[in-house]
Design a protein around this ligand. Structure first.
Ligand code: UDP
Length: 309
């Protein structure tokens, strides 16, 4: 039987590249589209010569034309690190709007299922804790993070409009903080920053007092959830993340312990609109996907530290 073909936009990025590998290994044929603005071909090194994998260098903000039969379009392209979207706010808004429109158009033409990679950032600085999918969020539209949050909120609205209007089989995953091998060393996000600062004997840069919280999910757990959602008959948004919540100070101490580093902790200004707390309520994913994360923060960080070393 011919393999089912999956298109992944943003497949050269951190999450996308893990997913490309998992899908090829699970028997799919994968077409990865990426403009490499934040992604990197190095992430796909072991796939580039695989005959079930094809890479196309393209910006998804431009019309996507493919001759192949396609079963799934996974729209993962995005500038997901706060440092990146603060540097490229217009690009961020375009990939969430024009890019999502093009990816949905491709899914519609091919009668393929579609999955939007959305984010916990749609909840903004949440006033409800933990965050359930039915919470509408607290976003400063005109703040510096608005470019990312609103692009994803627009992308979710567009996805639901295609579902309702064109009866497209769409899925929306709201991804909470994820980490693991394959992140860029100084990607700007807290886990790679702290690990590399610790390994380089540089001070760990805690923003604000470090009292803000995040809940960190190991990449393998996330990818398992993504694969289940891709195949599930669910059209409403689903949170995927690890509900174990840590303050940023706790994270800094764990990284110091695991690396055995003598680095100091220094405090820097808290970025504007930095969410004070974030923790997914994953009861929907547990119920509908029979999914829950398996890897503890320490275990995941150990693997990530080993990879960065
Ligand atoms: N953060 C920090 N030091 C860093 C990078 C990030 O204290 O070197 C903080 C940041 O202010 C935020 C949290 O860590 O409160 C998570 O930041 P990240 O950029 O990883 O992702 P976010 O959850 O904000 O999208």
């Amino acid at each position: 039987m011919a393999k089912q073909r999956v298109v992944i936009t943003g497949g050269a990025g951190f999450i996308g590249s893990h997913l490309c590998l998992k899908l090829v290994n699970s028997g799919y044929s994968v077409v990865c589209i990426d403009n490499l603005i934040t992604g990197c071909l190095n992430n796909l090194k072991i796939l580039l010569k695989n005959r079930n994998f094809r890479f196309i260098k393209q910006d998804v903000c431009n019309y996507i034309k493919l001759a192949d039969k396609i079963s799934f379009v996974l729209h993962c392209a995005s500038l997901a690190s706060p440092e990146d979207y603060l540097r490229f706010p217009i690009k961020t808004l375009k990939v969430g709007s024009l890019g999502t429109h093009n990816a949905l158009g491709l899914a519609k033409e091919k009668k393929a299922a579609f999955m939007l990679f959305s984010t916990s950032e749609v909840y903004g600085d949440p006033l409800v804790h933990p965050q359930k999918e039915n919470y509408w969020g607290n976003v400063n539209t005109v703040g510096v993070r608005g470019c990312y949050d609103e692009s994803k909120r627009f992308a979710e609205a567009l996805t639901m409009a295609y579902h309702r209007t064109h009866k497209l089989n769409t899925k929306i995953v709201r991804i909470f903080n994820t980490y693991g091998p394959g992140m860029r060393s100084y990607d700007g996000r807290v886990v790679p920053n702290f690990i590399n600062q610790a390994l380089d004997n540089q001070p760990l840069t805690v923003y604000g007092k470090g009292e803000q919280t995040r809940s960190f999910c190991y990449i393998d757990d996330l990818v398992e959830g993504l694969c289940r959602l891709m195949l599930a008959p669910i059209n409403e948004p689903v949170n995927l993340g690890n509900p174990n919540e840590f303050s940023i100070m706790q994270l800094a101490r764990i990284v110091l312990k695991l690396t055995g580093s003598k680095s100091k902790i220094i405090f820097k200004t808290l970025p504007q609109d930095d969410p004070r707390q974030r923790q997914p309520d994953i009861s929907r994913a547990k119920r509908l996907l029979k999914w829950r994360p398996q890897v503890s923060l320490e275990e995941g960080l150990r693997k990530t530290v080993a990879w960065f070393k």
